[in-house]
Ligand binder design. Structure first.
Ligand code: M6R
Length: 612
């Protein structure tokens, strides 16, 4: 989604802004822009489309400067156009602003400012902020820049991460945050601000994260932070401990394919150092729960969005099966506005690859407001969710760039599987079963490597079905969320209508969709209920539907009834969902490619969803 960058120092800001904006591209956007302060005046430059368009335009831009702000926009208010792209300037060009988030009362503020003769040139909520800041400046020209911004924000309802450039303040950028991430990267005689550490990690590893309600003044040699109620803030400087390699595909045609192939490593990293010495259980240093606390849990509650939500559903099946603890799973976007009754002794987890999903963050705050300690599972160290949770588990899956989550999903499944084992061993699972489970987990990277060899076979299946418009994904028990994930991947990447159901639900309605045009993908890798799945398959065949089966390499003769059979190794139930989803990731990828889709940056989507 939208990305923010700002630079103040001695170097030419333009090229730094463009470089950093490129590193934000993976988040998804539709236009980009920057503004430089050049010899006392602010000059904006914007382009619809990719950052390379902006870069091209910048080569002919007559303005330069050592201070500037930049933005990648994902449209919310107003269509995709240059006029709506950021930065937005105040009337008279005294201030320029870039903004992530949504100003909910913008119409009210617009009416107020219109009455003061301000004119608006875009359809955005952001432009009103530029003029509001200008209004407060003109009311009290002696005020410091940060104070003007602070006073302006007191009138604003909604969410924002902003960076503001002011003509009267030639060596200062003011930034502020409410529910939208922002950090200040500290340099030597220069500072750089961003909404995402990925944008600035090549410039500095020393960062200060802004908290909600904080406003910062950033100059080349100095920065200071205050809160909305004017208290000063003692900041903490963090070292980015993750290497952000230069963003490239390492010879793969797309990040999505690269990340599918990175799964053995991502899974290995999720497990590293997390097995107990006796080889029958797991441990998570970050959870900080005593054995007694773990034993006293009566219920678990998981909250997430999208693919992470599917990981939670798999977690529910595994934990209920192996540890016999009831688990509830909610979409974070629903939970945040529902008054969900939570029982005592419920352990709450929020799960998010990016750690920045606004709905998941809001769900976290809601659970904390109710007095529950909240644990997190996230991939991004230092992300908003990582910092707001009481404790948690890092995935260590490595940077995921493709908008469609793949390796982060299987890494989350690995963590849930390990959590199921941990909880099971605190209850009824004996040492022998625990050792078998650990053995299966340790074999995962190798088994996943085997499944990756199916790439070409799945490509050829995708070639046969890529023109179809209707896909049903069917699975039972833990394979139902895997079916949901398979359908989501196909929708996201190939823009094909796909739905998922628990297999036996077909005859309660969805089977009416089956015709010769329909492709039904059965995920039949678990040992239980195979004969029932076979009956459902026959029902589809009897109605002319095409059948693709993802099956274990056991004895069932799926080939007799399925049009296509994809065989994966038969494995322990605790890791089976991980093995089963990989063919579906490949399938979505190849169908997307064959249909000419931009699989790494699918239309309308963003890598991290930071607005509601
Ligand atoms: O960063 P998060 O895990 O919180 O993201 C949640 C969803 O937005 C995300 O999983 C989305 O569904 C992906 N595009 C899935 O591929």
């Amino acid at each position: 989604m939208c990305g923010i960058i700002g630079y103040v120092g001695k170097k030419q800001a333009g090229s730094i802004l463009i470089d950093a904006l490129k590193r934000l591209e993976y988040r998804g956007y539709d236009s980009a822009g920057l503004a430089l302060l050049d010899r006392g005046k602010i000059f904006p430059l914007k382009r619809v489309g990719k950052v390379c368009e902006l870069e091209r335009a910048q080569r002919h831009f007559r303005h330069s400067g050592t201070i500037g702000i930049g933005h990648t926009r994902w449209a919310t208010h107003g269509n995709v156009s240059e006029k709506n792209a950021h930065p937005h300037l105040s009337n008279g060009s005294h201030f320029a602003i870039v903004h992530n988030g949504i100003i909910e009362n913008y119409l009210q503020i617009k009416t107020f400012l219109s009455e003061k003769n301000y004119t608006f040139y875009s359809d955005t909520d952001t432009e009103i902020l530029a003029n509001l800041i200008d209004y407060h400046h003109h009311k009290a020209t002696h005020l410091p820049f940060a104070e003007i911004v602070r006073k302006s924000l007191l009138h604003v309802e909604g969410t924002y991460g902003i960076a503001v450039l002011g003509k009267p303040f030639p060596d200062e950028i003011v930034v502020a945050r409410k529910s939208s991430p922002l950090l200040i990267g500290l340099g030597d005689g220069e500072n750089i601000i961003a909404s995402d550490a990925a944008a600035i990690a090549r410039y500095t590893k020393r960062v200060v994260y802004l908290n909600d309600g904080e406003i910062a003044s950033v100059r080349p040699d100095h920065f200071s932070v205050m809160t909305a109620d004017e208290s000063s803030v003692d900041t903490v400087c963090h070292e980015l401990d993750w290497e952000i390699a230069d963003v490239n595909c390492d010879g793969y045609p797309h990040f999505m394919l690269k990340e599918i192939f990175e799964q053995p490593t991502a899974i290995e990293n999720a497990m590293r150092g997390r097995f107990t010495r006796d080889g029958s259980s797991t441990k998570f240093g970050g959870l900080s729960l005593t054995p007694e606390a773990l034993r006293s849990i009566d219920r678990l509650f998981f909250c997430a969005c999208g693919t992470a939500y599917h990981a939670c559903l798999v977690g529910k099946y595994l934990i209920e099966k192996y540890a016999r603890i009831p688990v509830d799973v909610e979409y974070a976007s629903e939970f945040r506005y529902r008054n969900v009754p939570l029982q005592r002794n419920t352990l709450v987890f929020v799960v998010s690859q990016s750690g920045e999903t606004i709905d998941t963050l809001a769900a976290l705050y809601e659970a904390k407001r109710k007095g529950y300690p909240v644990m997190g599972i996230t991939n991004v160290v230092g992300s908003s969710i990582a910092r707001a949770t009481d404790a948690g588990i890092y995935q260590h899956a490595g940077f995921e760039i493709g908008v469609a989550s793949t390796k982060a999903f299987t890494s989350q499944l690995t963590i849930f599987s390990m959590l199921a084992l941990l909880l099971a061993r605190r209850r009824d699972m004996d040492q022998f079963d625990g050792q078998q489970y650990v053995f299966a987990l340790k074999s995962l990277p190798k088994v996943v490597g085997e499944v990756l060899k199916l790439s070409e076979r799945i490509r050829s299946i995708a070639e046969r079905y890529c023109k179809r418009e209707r896909f049903l994904f069917l699975g039972r028990q833990a394979m139902y969320p895997i079916a949901l994930e398979g359908a989501l991947k196909l929708k996201e990447i190939a823009y094909v209508h796909a739905e998922a159901f628990p297999t036996a639900e077909m005859k309660h309605g969805p089977i009416a969709l089956v015709s010769e045009e329909t492709v039904c993908i059965f995920i039949a890798t678990q040992r239980e209920l195979l004969d029932k799945t076979m009956s459902s398959l026959q029902e589809v065949r009897a109605r002319g539907g095409k059948v693709v089966v993802v099956a274990g390499d056991g004895e069932v003769e799926w080939e007799v009834f399925g049009d296509e059979v994809i065989r994966v190794p038969e494995v322990h139930g605790g890791i089976n969902p991980i093995i089963s989803v990989i063919p579906l990731q490949f399938f979505a990828y190849y169908v997307g490619i064959l249909r000419g889709c931009d699989v790494d940056r699918p239309r309308n989507l963003a890598k991290s969803v930071t607005v509601e």
